[in-house]
Design a protein around this ligand. Structure first.
Ligand SMILES: Cc1cc2nc3c(=O)[nH]c(=O)nc-3n(C[C@H](O)[C@H](O)[C@H](O)COP(=O)(O)O)c2cc1C
Length: 236
């Protein structure tokens, strides 16, 4: 154990606020190597899916994925997110129609500039979003831009986008790990989601996750991923 001149928490802090021992299970290098490799292997098979089966997915799986996502770290532990899980067919249809209208303006009326459209070309995405109606669940993530204290005053939230982005990544991971598929879908501008889902003014749509089983034989773009030496720098 190294010697800390400024241990955390200092005794004064520990008097003022509750602290508990982490109780961390230390692992051998061999065990960590094995766990790291198998987790990477699992994550390497994750792909965004754009055609889902209509096979139902039990609600408790979605609840567990949301719980897992909500273990994410967040600025000052404000947990500035709301997950709205929709399986109601009429609501999914409303979301599909509104998303397709925004995407029609993006793709057909060229609201997305040429550069953007060129970058998307290999993915072959367009304004048709049938999956929004067919996937058994749509999980819409909202950022809570600020919160409310028990006395009704405004509670500032910190690093909202960063926090919600991390939680969204953990949601994707949870869904993949349990054997389901998803897609981060952002039919911008997404203001329609706040109206359709009756969310309060402090909430802003962040992403839609259709969740379900992939349609049998579904295809995905044949993409590569950057190798380690192109994404990481080590100073050791
Ligand atoms: C923030 C974000 C927004 C995205 N928005 C869309 C979208 O609106 N429509 C879509 O088809 N894919 C969308 N994607 C999925 C990406 O195209 C996909 O992640 C990328 O092509 C890599 O493929 P993979 O997820 O299968 O590895 C989005 C991804 C991210 C991270």
């Amino acid at each position: 154990m190294p010697t800390y001149r400024y241990p955390y928490p200092d005794p004064e802090l520990a008097e003022k606020y509750p602290f508990v021992e982490l109780g961390f299970a230390s692992r051998s290098d061999a065990e960590m190597t094995e766990r790291a490799a198998s987790f990477y292997e699992l994550m390497e098979t994750r792909r965004s899916v754009r055609m889902f089966d209509d096979r139902p997915v039990p609600r408790h799986l979605i609840e567990t994925a949301i719980r897992a996502a909500s273990t994410a770290p967040s600025g000052a532990h404000m947990q500035p997110w709301t997950f709205v899980a929709v399986s109601d067919h009429d609501v999914k249809r409303q979301i599909r129609l509104a998303a397709e209208e925004e995407e029609r303006i993006n793709y057909v009326d060229n609201r997305m500039n040429d550069d953007w459209q060129e970058a998307l070309a290999p993915l072959g995405t367009d304004h048709h979003k049938e999956f929004l109606e067919i996937a058994p669940w749509l999980v819409v993530v909202f950022e809570r831009r600020y919160g409310q204290r028990p006395d009704g005053s405004k509670q500032t939230h910190y690093y909202v986008k960063e926090s919600v982005g991390i939680a969204a990544g953990m949601f994707i991971t949870a869904i993949h790990q349990m054997g389901l598929a998803t897609l981060p879908h952002t039919p911008n501008p997404m203001a329609f989601l706040r109206r359709t889902l009756s969310r309060p003014r402090n909430e802003r749509p962040f992403v839609i996750f259709p969740v379900g089983h992939p349609a049998p034989g579904v295809q995905v773009p044949d993409l590569g991923r950057k190798p380690l030496d192109q994404i990481a720098v080590f100073l050791d």
